[in-house]
Write a protein of this length. Structure first.
Length: 322
């Protein structure tokens, strides 16, 4: 049994911390799936999961806009990130099997993942960045015009993300570590839960991106022109839950990115840098937009994804030959 501290939003311009002591199982705090004990309605977790999916997909923002379960939807964003990563692994694996590679470079698998990402599952992250550049608010539901300020971020993000996906290493050791310290000897029996090294960053990229969105919800306060669902999600965000999810993401990163006990420090560097970058970016965009909006939160998700891929590309070169 543990004592949990929940963060609530008070009336006014600043967020205050209300320390309420609840006795909860530790697993419920880490996953964030238990409703607040002071909430008047104790709805199940399934609606909140569905609402989190709606927040991430390119659907009408007016769907279920007044649903009270938006208060818990933000806690499910990292889980949907994990599911998205598993789908990316399937897309990459199928296209790699049928189209192969050219001189060791997997052009078509990387392009297929990029198409699914920017065209569907990561569209909201990209569109949020474009809205920030063009100055559109959450309440403005008009289609974006094909102007240079709108096209430029799309082109730059597409090029950068494609280059990072193409550079993913297959996972051959430069110098194999001692057998007792290789993760393959420890986690190899897990089967599909411990995929080949080239697939692992595809799982972690959307996971870290959606976790960064959860962190952004808790930084600062909602902007006056933010959507109603964003205000509800941000006002009920919980820092202990977010930190617990960061620990789980960091643990998976250590298992997936290290390869052996000799490289654990590099994986920890990735997790710590993602925490720092997501926090600083959330703070900066919140100041710029006078609070958090759907555009700032989704843009932070894109920042988290690109930061992870860049860190992984840099640090994995010290582990794998290619």
């Amino acid at each position: 049994m543990t004592v949990a501290f929940s963060v609530r939003a008070r009336s006014g311009n600043f967020r205050s911390l209300a320390l309420s002591c609840h006795t909860r199982p530790a697993a419920s705090i880490l996953l964030g799936v238990m409703a607040d004990q002071e909430s008047p309605s104790k709805a199940g977790g399934s609606p909140a999961i569905s609402l989190a999916a709606l927040f991430l997909l390119p659907v009408s923002p007016r769907l279920h806009e007044g649903d009270g379960n938006w208060a818990r939807a933000g806690r499910w964003l990292p889980l949907w990130g994990l599911a998205t990563g598993i789908l990316y692994v399937g897309v990459f694996g199928v296209t790699w099997r049928y189209f192969g590679e050219y001189h060791g470079i997997r052009w078509i698998p990387a392009a297929a993942v990029l198409a699914v990402d920017l065209g569907l599952l990561g569209y909201r992250l990209l569109s949020g960045s474009v809205r920030l550049v063009t100055g559109q608010t959450d309440e403005d539901h008009r289609s974006l015009a094909l102007t240079l300020p709108a096209i430029l971020p799309v082109v730059l993000v597409a090029i950068l993300k494609f280059a990072l996906l193409v550079s993913l290493r297959r996972g051959h050791w430069q110098s194999a570590p001692a057998g007792a310290w290789q993760w393959d000897s420890i986690f190899g029996h897990l089967g599909f839960l411990y995929p080949q090294p080239i697939y692992r960053p595809l799982v972690l990229m959307p996971l870290w991106g959606r976790w960064a969105m959860s962190l952004a919800l808790s930084i600062g306060r909602p902007a006056p022109n933010a959507s109603g669902r964003l205000k509800t999600m941000a006002n009920r965000s919980s820092l202990p839950v977010i930190f617990g999810q960061w620990l789980l993401c960091a643990l998976l990163t250590v298992v997936y990115c290290s390869g052996s006990g000799e490289h654990v420090a590099r994986s920890i560097i990735i997790a710590l840098n993602l925490l720092m970058v997501a926090y600083l970016a959330s703070f900066a965009l919140s100041r710029k937009e006078n609070g958090q909006t759907e555009s700032t939160v989704t843009a932070i998700g894109l920042v988290g994804e690109l930061t992870f891929l860049a860190l992984y590309a840099s640090l994995s070169s010290a582990i794998y030959w290619y």
